[in-house]
Design a protein around this ligand. Structure first.
Ligand SMILES: [Zn+2]
Length: 93
């Protein structure tokens, strides 16, 4: 993966968090629900365990952190719950 690709996705993740961060929430099953930017009303399940996972096509294709993972990381860091979420996912996995 090129550095440009990482920076671009981190940047898109920050933009997603700015625009739709208020809709990001934890899910009862663990992990986070992150809204899609291209499809209103749709959201993806994001896990922050390890380097992060996401249910979107970009993550499934590349197996690398996508903009939803980056948006979730910003959200979690802001909420100061990133470690607690990662811990609970490790227990659940
Ligand atoms: Zn994604």
């Amino acid at each position: 993966m090129s550095k440009g690709s990482v920076a671009r996705r981190a940047c898109r993740g920050l933009a997603l968090w700015r625009r739709l961060g208020a809709e990001i929430r934890t899910t009862p099953a663990g992990g986070l629900s992150v809204p899609s930017c291209s499809r209103p009303g749709r959201s993806y399940r994001v896990s922050l365990a390890g380097e992060g996972r996401c249910g979107c096509a970009d993550w499934r294709r590349r197996k690398e952190p996508c903009k939803h993972v980056y948006a979730a990381l910003v959200w979690a860091a802001k909420r100061r719950v990133a470690l607690r979420i990662a811990e609970s996912e490790r227990v659940a996995a």
